[in-house]
Design a binder for this molecule. Structure first.
Ligand SMILES: Cc1cc2nc3c(=O)[nH]c(=O)nc-3n(C[C@H](O)[C@H](O)[C@H](O)COP(=O)(O)OP(=O)(O)OC[C@H]3O[C@@H](n4cnc5c(N)ncnc54)[C@H](O)[C@@H]3O)c2cc1C
Ligand SMILES: *[C@@H]1O[C@H](CO)[C@@H](O)[C@H](O)[C@H]1NC(C)=O
Ligand SMILES: *[C@@H]1O[C@H](CO)[C@@H](O)[C@H](O)[C@H]1NC(C)=O
Ligand SMILES: *[C@@H]1O[C@H](CO)[C@@H](O)[C@H](O)[C@H]1NC(C)=O
Ligand SMILES: *[C@@H]1O[C@H](CO)[C@@H](O)[C@H](O)[C@H]1NC(C)=O
Ligand SMILES: *[C@@H]1O[C@H](CO)[C@@H](O)[C@H](O)[C@H]1NC(C)=O
Ligand SMILES: *[C@@H]1O[C@H](CO)[C@@H](O)[C@H](O)[C@H]1NC(C)=O
Length: 593
């Protein structure tokens, strides 16, 4: 143990290079759809190269429609043949198995939205813009900024597409106005949906939803099960600037400040590093466009990284896992987080000078501050550098749990988590290697699958083994937090993140809103051609379930353990009750020396 701790320091120094590396070029993410012959016999995966259940998704073929008429033909053709299909975005960034068509393996159709990436029209008077659904967040924000308009809130990562991000209810952080979910700003949509009879020669039709059409409430957050979104009209705002200051405080009683912070800070978020007992409050507010500042958010974690260093970092993490060395992760994370904070987390006051970050506040156009992703840019450098999680290199590989807890329950939730943290002070260090507990505000929604209450969305990212059914260091503690959030505090899962069990009982949490969504599905896609076993499982339809019971299933979040064999008894991991939330059932390592 001691020898290993001594090795950590020099390795940690090497790590600094990763976090401060300034990428000039990068290898953009590789394709998520790969075919053996032309556009047929293909596999579909997500941006991480792996679904939570480890399966490979095979499809018969892929189509690349370049406009709505082509899309209509593609959907019609598949619909006539009763073929299952799915829209797949260019980088497909959702973790769950959302981009895989249903039905028998190898029979479905992938419809890539990669070429549906144009601006269709702009109404400058109303400040509305209509774009095709496959446009990336980067291109969307840039196109709006060109005409001095701002896309109000958004996810923090530029690599997602508009169609994909609204389909999973993705968001930034805000309780102001309609809140932070992009779908709240959707004022019109066009979808191509299947038809089981011919309409003008097509077995598909175009649905044009106006602002007041009740079906827009189903279509805004649709998990891709209604059909393919062709175009989206967004309500934009005049460009403004944002002023950001990261404030680091001790975590004493932070849980009782959360709601007030959200109510007073338009774009504020918080990051808790539980083992370091620190909280970072991001004071992030709107300021007039006339304010001085040309700042930019080039978040360090979304910059291109030297592949060699990512592999080395992952190697260190694997050593700590293999040697059950929690404290090693604590040392690693303390160095990493301290460096991150000292370099402004990638915020730049003067993007074009050598000294990029000179101190707070960093002020810049909203379009440059709300999201980041410079690892998407530039030409291919043959994987010398890449986004940290690029599956073509053996770099970062992780799982995420992301749930929204009603604001009224947040203080109690963190009180429980702190009790766990105090019992196991090093157990959560691993999460700090991946931004700790990131907390963002999301408002309740009229969209059927949007948030039920004004909530705090909490993202926790952590190590995933590359070998199925492998126990993780301190997994019992994270599993207890996961079950506590989902079952004790009624957390809603983020549709685009989480392991399978994150979605257990999800449908019931939406009450009658869930029923209205399912009713819309039946009208838009009566044969369920856009549904899969996965979406049926999360929506509780056709007897499908998200649980996959097997040996070691709880280790991968495919089940909640009820038997020891759902854990890894041979390696000392047994199914045990939670210690704070005793209804939880977690895989805990029992020392039997
Ligand atoms: C690095 C990173 C950072 C992230 N940051 C955030 C964040 O800050 N906030 C947040 O909320 N989320 C975040 N996410 C999650 C992400 O926003 C969601 O997973 C989002 O759904 C991914 O969008 P995508 O375009 O990659 O869609 P995909 O993952 O490809 O698709 C998601 C679903 O939408 C469907 N779909 C896609 N396009 C269409 C279409 N045109 N018509 C119909 N259905 C369609 C797909 O079939 C699929 O079911 C992040 C993810 C990553 C990898
Ligand atoms: C389809 O692809 C798989 C590999 O993904 C390959 O083994 C198989 O031979 C291919 N089948 C055809 C008909 O090309
Ligand atoms: C769509 O693209 C096809 C070419 O594939 C073209 O013939 C057609 O005019 C286009 N339709 C529209 C509406 O742009
Ligand atoms: C229509 O489907 C058939 C077989 O299912 C396929 O061979 C053909 O290429 C498809 N055409 C289009 C335009 O998708
Ligand atoms: C900031 O936005 C304003 C208004 O849209 C624009 O004129 C200016 O060029 C932008 N500055 C930068 C650095 O993008
Ligand atoms: C969640 O909040 C509601 C409303 O304040 C309260 O009734 C309920 O008891 C809370 N649940 C928990 C587990 O704290
Ligand atoms: C959202 O919550 C507010 C109170 O914060 C309430 O007035 C409103 O009716 C709610 N809206 C929905 C759609 O639930």
């Amino acid at each position: 143990m001691v020898a290993l701790s001594c090795m950590v320091a020099p390795m940690a120094v090497a790590l600094l290079a990763i976090w401060t590396h300034i990428g000039v070029s990068a290898s953009p993410p590789g394709p998520v759809i790969k075919c053996t012959s032309g556009n047929s016999n293909c596999t579909v995966t997500n941006g991480y190269g792996s679904f939570p259940d480890w399966t490979t998704c095979q499809v018969a073929s892929v189509a690349y429609p370049a406009n709505e008429s082509e899309l209509l033909v593609v959907v019609s053709n598949a619909s006539m043949n009763k073929q299952k299909m799915k829209a797949v975005s260019v980088y497909s960034h959702s973790i769950p198995k959302l981009s895989c068509p249903g039905g028998p393996s190898g029979a479905g159709l992938a419809i890539s939205t990669m070429r549906l990436n144009h601006v269709v029209s702009v109404d400058s008077t109303l400040m509305r813009m209509t774009v095709e659904s496959g446009i990336t967040l980067r291109a969307l924000i840039d196109a709006a900024a060109q005409i001095d308009l701002a896309v109000p809130p958004s996810p923090y990562w530029l690599g997602v597409t508009l169609g994909g991000l609204i389909s999973t209810g993705s968001h930034g952080s805000s309780l102001f106005g309609k809140g932070s979910a992009v779908h709240e700003y959707v004022v019109g949509m066009r979808l191509v949906v299947p038809s089981n009879e011919s309409i003008n020669g097509y077995y598909a039709r175009i649905v044009d939803l106006g602002e007041d059409d009740p079906d827009l409430l189903a279509a805004k957050v649709s998990l891709g099960v209604l059909g393919v979104i062709s175009q989206v009209t967004l309500q934009l705002q005049p460009m403004f600037k944002r002023s950001i200051t990261n404030r680091v405080l001790a975590d004493t009683a932070f849980e009782s400040t959360i709601a007030t912070f959200g109510a007073t800070t338009e774009f504020g978020d918080l990051t808790w590093y539980p083992s370091q007992a620190r909280v970072v409050y991001r004071d992030d507010v709107r300021v007039p466009i006339s304010t001085v500042g040309n700042g930019e958010n080039d978040f360090t974690g979304f910059r291109s990284q030297l592949s060699l260093l990512i592999v080395a970092t992952r190697g260190i993490e694997e050593v700590f896992e293999a040697t059950q060395h929690s404290y090693g992760k604590c040392v690693q994370s303390r160095v990493q987080v301290t460096t991150l904070l000292e370099t402004g987390m990638g915020l730049k006051n003067s993007p074009r000078s050598i000294l990029e970050f000179t101190g707070y506040p960093v002020i810049g156009n909203h379009s440059k501050m709300q999201a980041a992703g410079s690892c998407l840019n530039g030409g291919d450098d043959g994987l010398f550098t890449a986004c940290g999680w690029d599956p073509r290199i053996q770099g970062l590989f992780f799982q995420q749990m992301t749930f929204s807890i009603p604001l009224t329950n947040v203080t109690n939730f963190f009180t429980d988590v702190k009790e766990l943290r105090d019992m196991y002070p090093t157990a959560l260090c691993g999460t700090e290697l991946y931004s700790g507990f990131l907390m963002r505000f999301v408002r309740n929604s009229t969209a059927y699958l949007g948030k039920v209450d004004d909530s705090l969305d909490i993202d926790i990212t952590y190590y995933r083994s590359r070998t199925p059914a492998t126990p993780r260091l301190n997994e019992d503690v994270l599993e207890e937090i996961e079950q506590m959030a989902l079952f004790k505090y009624n957390g809603l899962p983020h549709w685009g993140k989480n392991r399978n069990i994150g979605f257990l009982g999800a449908r019931a949490k939406y009450g009658s809103k869930g029923d209205m969504f399912v009713a819309a599905m039946a009208r838009y896609d009566p044969d369920g051609l856009f549904s899969s076993e996965w979406t049926d499982g999360i929506l509780g339809l056709r007897g499908a379930t998200v649980v996959i019971e097997s040996k070691g299933c709880a280790l991968d979040g495919l089940c909640v353990c009820s038997l020891d064999e759902h854990c890894a008894p041979d390696e000392g991991y047994y199914c045990q009750p939670g210690v704070v939330y005793t209804e939880a059932r977690v895989c805990r390592r029992i020392n039997v020396s």
